[in-house]
Write a protein that binds this ligand. Structure first.
Ligand SMILES: [Zn+2]
Length: 293
């Protein structure tokens, strides 16, 4: 199994390869999408990251690759399958991490079905996500990342597969451009009347609003990631680097994390049948309040 065996998700795979080649793999990675695809992608990523060749994909020949294929690699621990992930499972995972970290070797901890972690399990994992032992990388795989607590999500870089991104698919480049102008207008603190055209454009249906909220959340997360990654190899939308940098210069990571939560809450409002227009106005108001404080 390697990246070259996978179908689709080209942008995401390119992003993962850049991360491997840069030698700076973020310690908390959240993969969201269809379970089978997510697993194939995450395992290909870990294999490529451990491969002795370090050229972005697994060679399949070196000792590290062969150990990985034989499920015999001491640098990988996997938990989570069909059932609930409990805090004792997380505890064991963390213990393994503590022991291995002394060797200074990379260690990948993979939690499958991460959304089946109990609240206690998530809280237990949180501290390790905040300050992982050296060399330890935690990969969370989820079909629906919204089921994880906001604190867990805010400490991870998101890797959304195409199967999770469909809801954010934009009809045209022009629509996306409008959405990003709108997002920047909100961040600049423009009042409702100055944004009325955009508000009308993105609240004409629940689908339009859903796509907009998804884009806004992704944008805020990209700004958040850019604080830790000045060359932009980890952001989702590299073509938006200029906008992303402008926001990173102007706001704090905390403000961007809060803005991302506001965009998530707006998506939840829609799910609870709040009208698109109202959900959109709540989001604008919330974000602008958070940026003032
Ligand atoms: Zn290899």
């Amino acid at each position: 199994m390697s990246f070259s065996d996978l179908q689709g998700n080209e942008n995401l795979i390119a992003r993962l390869k850049r991360m491997i080649c840069s030698g700076r793999i973020f310690h908390g990675c959240l993969f969201e999408g269809n379970a089978k695809e997510t697993e194939a992608l995450a395992f290909s990523f870990v294999k490529a990251a451990l491969c002795e060749r370090q050229d972005g994909d697994a060679c399949g020949i070196c000792t590290a690759c062969r150990k990985f294929e034989a499920q015999n690699s001491e640098d990988v621990s996997v938990i989570g399958g069909d059932g609930t992930v409990r805090d004792k499972d997380i505890e064991m995972l963390i213990q393994t991490a503590m022991k291995k970290s002394y060797t200074g070797h990379p260690l990948f901890l993979i939690v499958r079905n991460a959304e089946r972690m109990t609240l206690r399990a998530q809280n237990r994992l949180l501290k390790t996500l905040e300050e992982p032992p050296s060399g330890v990388r935690i990969l969370l795989l989820a079909e629906n990342a919204e089921l994880l607590t906001p604190t867990i999500r805010s400490r991870c870089i998101f890797f959304r597969l195409e199967s999770a991104l469909q809801k954010e698919h934009f009809v045209s480049r022009e629509e996306k451009e409008q959405a990003l102008d709108f997002i920047c207008g909100i961040l600049e603190g423009k009042p409702f009347y100055a944004l009325s055209q955009h508000i009308a454009r993105f609240s004409s249906s629940a689908e339009d609003a859903t796509r907009f909220f998804g884009t806004a959340e992704m944008f805020f997360r990209d700004v958040l990631v850019s604080f830790y990654d000045r060359d932009g190899s980890l952001v989702n939308e590299r073509e938006e680097m200029q906008r992303i940098r402008r926001c990173a210069d102007r706001f704090t990571p905390r403000q961007m994390a809060e803005a991302a939560v506001c965009a998530e809450n707006a998506q939840k409002d829609l799910a609870f049948h709040v009208s698109p227009g109202r959900a959109l106005k709540y989001m604008i108001f919330d974000i602008q309040e958070k940026l003032k404080g």
